[in-house]
Design a protein around this ligand. Structure first.
Ligand code: ADP
Length: 260
């Protein structure tokens, strides 16, 4: 006679069920924690430009408007704060869509060299203001075909190149290189700026993380650029790495699938 315990199977099933539910609860708790922290961060970041613009405008109303010089200065400052707010809201929308997987990537065959050249043209003004030179180096001439979402990958290149200019030195040099292997193009964005201290390196891809808070805000940063880069590359099944040496510069690198 087989010695079976009729309750054993039920017991096992209950055990599996409880374990699964516990996992679901843990995941919900984690999401709730994430949501709470995100909301706290966002409200803090939104307050800064709003308070600043409010301050300038109220000072104008309270009389500063009568002095032409002060009026122009304060109006410009208020406008700058509102531009910052606009950039922040746009980046927040992009990031939250990426994080929730709301947007579908539109993968196609794109010429990433062409995209980079267009971006260099768009960033000419800010490069010029820092007397920075922008260069491209590639393993071969002509278009460089990769599988990517054109708009999103342009965003990645823009954020990396803009950072290289912004955080680089006066008269800095920014170099984008394209290196091929059998299956991929390896893309790097390098500057010869002051570099990132090693203790900050692992955190720069976190939302709102800045190495030097005030300096980065002065330069019009939202603190979301690299978080957006990480998420977009993630959706391309790619990973971005960073190498930095103090006083020597910083290099960001990632790979994309090549399509010939
Ligand atoms: P931000 O909007 O502040 O530029 P990012 O997410 O793009 O935000 O970058 C996060 C932080 O990483 C920046 O505030 C800056 O301190 C640092 N950083 C990014 N790129 C570079 C670089 N090329 N050289 C030095 N520091 C950099």
């Amino acid at each position: 006679i087989k010695n079976t315990n009729p309750f054993k199977k039920l017991n096992d099933e209950i055990f599996v069920y409880v374990a699964r539910k516990q996992k679901e609860i843990d995941e919900l708790k984690r999401l709730e924690q994430f949501r709470r922290e995100f909301l706290a961060d966002v409200s803090h970041e939104l307050k800064t430009p709003i308070f600043a613009a409010q301050g300038f405008i109220h000072t104008l109303i309270d009389g500063a408007i009568d002095d032409d010089k002060v009026r122009d200065k304060f109006l410009n400052k208020a406008a700058k704060s509102l531009d910052g707010l606009d950039a922040l809201v746009k980046d927040l929308v992009a990031l939250s869509q990426l994080e929730t997987g709301e947007v579908k990537m539109n993968f196609e065959r794109v010429d990433i060299r062409g995209i980079t050249e267009d971006i260099y043209e768009q960033l000419e003004k800010i490069a010029h203001s820092k007397h920075a030179t922008l260069r491209i180096k590639a393993d071969r001439p002509g278009p460089i075909w990769v599988k990517a979402d054109a708009q999103r990958i342009a965003q990645v290149m823009t954020n990396l190149i803009e950072n290289a200019i912004k955080y680089g030195n006066e008269n800095g040099r920014v170099l984008v290189t394209f290196e091929e292997d059998r299956k991929h193009w390896s893309i790097s964005v390098r500057d010869d700026g002051p570099g990132i201290p090693p203790e900050h390196l692992s955190r720069i891809f976190e939302r709102f993380y800045r190495v030097e808070k005030s300096r980065s805000k002065d330069r019009g940063g939202t603190g979301l650029g690299l978080a957006i880069v990480k998420h977009i590359l993630n959706a391309h099944k790619s990973k971005v790495t960073v190498m930095s040496k103090l006083e020597k510069g910083t290099t960001f690198r990632f790979k994309l699938d090549r399509i010939d």
